[in-house]
Design a protein around this ligand. Structure first.
Ligand code: NAP
Ligand code: MG
Length: 485
């Protein structure tokens, strides 16, 4: 029997006032109901904010290093459960078990890292130009923050928003994506068992279109941190701008990997396969355009197709599977629609292009890893985020043409360059329009202790992760203190 999970408000698991629940289904086997969650109403969200607001002063008054100890304790609890939480993630979101385990470990590390930040929440002391004056800055929490997260990294993203928000002294209301709330439940269980005071973290589930507005416009909300699609993110910002509250948006990508003629072909094709297809291409940092120097294009494309054909697609719970399903029918239909558009606009399919059917495939949302060539810059599949296992390979005349094409999209999240030419590497670091600038590694695959975020339409600026993550969740106060009177 699948479990029904409550909202988490004031330290209790409670039912929504609607009395209704919704299902979450295993995308690798649609016969399997994974869990049920509350269909919350605006009333439930209001209640969560009231509770969070009441809990905030006491939480902020707790010494930050002690808040950190609670986060570290939660990390330890989660670490002990890593295998079962990973299995929860694979059943609900579809990524393979090793990928899910890696993500749980990432969440553990994030909690530990920000736990440590509790003892490092520093301001600065700066010499005053006046006699007998001491000048310094320190951080104040914002109050109550609202966190809205997507389904594709169902534990890492909630963790990398919650941890800096909490360590800075804010209380939190989080709404996880409806397709994958279970890992947020697991994070909250760990925090609760670690001894987090009641009301400090609260979770409401339910569809973004039904309760999203209250999560943004409730008067208690002092900041909104959102990761998801551009469409939803930009809609949120229109509302938060009116209220003048801090907003952090992490949105789509159309990430390039540029491969120069000196790159080792075996390494380069491995990196592109990894960046384009692992996690079914459902990473905001996935490679969706491989821009290959003409001189090596044919050899590169041949080896890439060979390796891609060998990828094993199936249930992420099974050993030896490389690529799991799309997260749901809607996402699969989007991917298939883009494949059709690619064909219609004149791109050439090198491999894949279809939904996988027959036997166990019929019960899941499986799409073949797909590669297009003859993709021109103005084509839809060269410009729009697909968020699935679809890659465009494009020959470029030389390095400069590669940079130009890489930058010729509205997004700027991550980019990768594969070469040993140091002068080109430096030129690329200078010229590439991306927040995450990667060399000789896949465009996807970043670490929690460094800032994360994009440029152009991908992000709004304030970085997540790393020590700067608390900049969003705190406000600096400046003190001038005359001590010689
Ligand atoms: P999404 O549809 O934009 O949803 C993100 C979150 O917002 C979900 O919790 C969703 O709830 C909620 N939401 C939906 N409509 C809302 C509204 N009107 N008001 C307030 N909240 C609302 O994105 P997704 O489909 O979950 O995730 C895929 C997208 O995320 C891709 O575009 C990907 O590039 C992006 N992404 C970006 C990053 C990054 O860091 N740059 C990382 C991961 C993913 P429901 O689930 O109930 O609809
Ligand atoms: Mg969505």
């Amino acid at each position: 029997m699948a479990e029904t999970y409550g909202n988490f408000i004031a330290g209790e698991w409670v039912q929504a006032s609607s009395g209704k629940v919704f299902d979450s289904i295993n995308p690798a086997n649609t016969d399997e109901l994974v869990a049920r969650y509350q269909s919350s109403t605006a009333e439930d969200v209001k209640n969560a904010f009231d509770v969070a607001q009441k809990a905030q002063a006491a939480w902020a008054a707790m010494p930050a290093p002690n808040r950190g100890i609670l986060l570290m304790r939660a990390a330890e609890i989660l670490e002990k459960r890593a295998d079962s939480v990973a299995a929860d993630m694979t059943r609900e979101e579809g990524k393979t078990l090793p990928e899910a385990k890696g993500e749980v470990v990432r969440a553990v590390n994030i909690f530990r890292y920000f736990g440590g930040e509790g003892a490092r929440l520093s301001g600065e002391t700066v010499p005053s130009e006046r006699d007998g004056v001491f000048a310094c800055t320190f951080r104040k929490p914002l109050g109550v923050v609202s966190l809205l997260t997507p389904w594709n990294f169902p534990i890492a993203i909630p963790a990398w928003k919650m941890a800096p928000a909490l360590i800075a002294g804010n209380t939190v209301v989080i709404k996880p994506a409806s397709l994958a709330p279970l890992c947020t439940v697991r994070l909250i269980e760990a925090l609760h068992e670690a001894g987090l005071p009641k009301g400090v973290i609260n979770m409401v589930t339910g569809s973004g279109s039904a309760i999203g507005d209250e999560l943004i416009t409730n008067p208690a909300v002092k900041a909104v941190s959102f990761t998801g699609s551009c469409e939803v993110g930009n809609g949120i910002q229109r509302k938060t701008v009116q209220r003048g509250i801090k907003t952090q948006l992490e949105m789509g990508g159309k990430n390039p990997t540029i491969v120069l003629r000196d790159a080792d072909l075996n390494m380069a094709t491995d990196i592109v396969v990894n960046g384009a297809f692992f996690s079914t291409g459902q990473k905001c940092t996935a490679t969706s355009r491989a821009l290959i120097e003409e001189a090596i294009f044919e050899d590169f494309a041949k080896l890439l197709v060979e390796k891609t054909r060998k990828l094993r697609v199936g249930s992420g719970m099974e050993k030896g599977i490389d690529i799991g399903p799309c997260v749901d029918d809607g996402q699969m239909q989007t991917v298939l629609r883009y494949i059709e558009i690619g064909k219609k606009e004149g791109a050439k399919l090198l491999c894949g292009g279809n939904r996988l059917t027959g036997a166990a495939y019929d019960k899941g949302y499986f799409v073949e890893p797909t590669i297009f060539s003859e993709v021109t810059p103005e084509m839809t599949i060269a410009q729009e985020e697909i968020f699935g296992p679809v890659l465009a390979v494009v020959p470029v005349k030389d390095f400069d043409a590669g940079i130009q094409m890489a930058n010729n999209v509205k997004f700027g999240l991550s980019a990768s360059l594969l070469t040993n030419q140091l002068n080109k590497v430096f030129s690329y670091i200078n010229r590439i329009e991306a927040g995450l600038i990667i060399v000789n590694l896949p465009s996807a695959g970043v670490e929690y202790q460094l800032p994360f975020g994009g440029t152009k339409a991908s992000s709004t600026g304030f970085r997540e992760q790393g020590s700067v993550a608390v900049d969003f969740y705190s406000e600096l106060r400046t003190v001038y203190l005359k001590h010689q009177i």
